[in-house]
Design a protein around this ligand. Structure first.
Ligand SMILES: Nc1ncnc2c1ncn2[C@@H]1O[C@H](COP(=O)(O)OP(=O)(O)OP(=O)(O)O)[C@@H](O)[C@H]1O
Ligand SMILES: [Mg+2]
Length: 256
C-alpha cells in the first residue's frame, strides 16, 4: 500500500485542503483512495461533510488497542469516490495516552496492516504538531508531502519537520522521504519567488504543484465536497489533477 503523510506542524498551511482535493483528483483517475483524518480538530471529516463517530468505533480506540473492530469497519465512503477514516474527539486523548504505550510509534502502521493492497493510495491528514500522532503517520507512511506557504516562517517549519524525520531515523532506524512540496496560497510576487528560492536551496526537494489562493476552495469545503466536484473545470481542480499526476508519476519511477 502506498501511504503518504500530508505533514507540516505549521498550522493553516493547507494540509487538509490538499489531502481532500488530491485524494479526489486521484480517485478521478480511477484509483482506490483512503483518506485518514488524524487531526483531533477533525477538519477533513468536516470538510467532506461527515459526522464524527462515537464510542469504540473510532480510529482513536484502534490506535490505543481499545477496539477489536477491523479497520475496514472504521471507513465511510464519499460520493467523490474516496473512502475516509474520520476523526473523533477522542484523538485529543490519544496523543497523550500513546506516550505510555509500548510500540507507540507503530500503532497506526499496525492498524493499516489488514488493509494490505485494498487501496492504491492512503493519504494521512496530520495535525499541526510534531507529536505522537504525526510520528505515527510518518512511520506508517515513510513518505511525506509537505504543503507550504511562500513566507519566511516556512523555512523554520520545514527545518523542524526535517529534524523530526532525522530523529525517527536515529531512534527507530526508519527512513522517511519528503516526496515533495506543494506551494499553497501561492502569490506571483517577487517576495514569494525569493522565499521559495531560499527554501528549495535549503531543502532540496521538488515542488510538485502550486495552488493559488481561491475562495472556491473554502466554498467547496463548506459544501462538504472537493473542488473537483464543485467546479470541475476550474483552474484549482486542474491544479490538483496536476498534483495527482506528479504523485502517480513518482510511483511509476519507483516501480520502473
Ligand atoms: N489555496 C487556498 N485558497 C483559499 N483558501 C485556502 C487555500 N488553502 C487553504 N485555504 C483555507 O485556509 C484555511 C486553512 O487551510 P487548511 O485547513 O487546509 O490548513 P491546515 O494546514 O490543514 O490547517 P491545520 O494546521 O489547522 O490543520 C482553511 O479555511 C482553508 O479553506
Ligand atoms: Mg488541517
Amino acid at each position: 500500500m502506498n501511504i503518504i503523510a500530508i505533514a507540516n506542524q505549521k498550522g493553516g498551511v493547507g494540509k487538509t485542503t490538499i489531502t481532500i482535493n488530491l485524494g479526489a483528483a486521484l480517485a478521478e483517475a480511477d484509483l482506490r483512495i483512503l483518506l485518514v483524518d488524524l487531526d483531533p480538530q477533525g477538519h477533513l471529516t468536516e470538510g467532506l461533510g461527515l459526522s464524527e463517530p462515537e464510542g469504540d468505533e473510532t480510529l482513536a480506540a484502534a490506535l490505543l488497542g481499545r477496539t477489536s473492530l477491523p479497520v475496514d469497519m472504521l471507513t465511510v465512503s464519499h460520493e467523490c469516490g474516496v473512502d475516509i477514516i474520520p476523526a473523533s474527539l477522542g484523538l485529543f486523548l490519544t496523543e497523550r495516552d500513546l506516550v505510555h504505550l509500548r510500540g507507540r510509534e507503530y500503532r497506526l502502521m499496525r492498524v493499516f496492516e489488514p488493509l494490505e493492497d485494498r487501496y492504491d493510495y492512503t493519504l494521512i491528514d496530520c495535525p499541526p504538531t510534531l507529536g505522537q500522532l504525526t510520528d505515527n503517520a510518518l512511520v506508517a507512511a515513510r513518505k511525506a508531502l509537505v504543503p507550504i506557504q511562500p513566507e519566511d516562517t516556512s523555512l523554520r517549519a520545514l527545518e523542524m519537520l526535517l529534524d523530526q524525520i532525522h530523529s525517527i531515523r536515529d531512534g527507530l532506524g526508519l527512513t522517511v522521504d519528503i516526496v515533495g512540496l506543494v506551494v499553497n496560497q501561492a502569490d506571483d510576487t517577487l517576495v514569494a519567488r525569493r522565499t521559495l528560492e531560499t527554501l528549495t536551496k535549503a531543502v532540496p526537494v521538488p515542488i510538485l504543484a502550486s495552488i493559488r489562493r481561491r475562495v472556491r476552495l473554502k466554498e467547496a469545503w463548506a459544501a462538504g465536497k472537493p473542488v473537483t466536484m464543485t467546479e470541475p473545470t476550474g483552474d484549482t481542480a486542474e491544479a490538483f489533477r496536476g498534483l495527482a499526476q506528479a504523485i502517480m508519476q513518482q510511483r511509476k519511477e519507483v516501480t520502473a
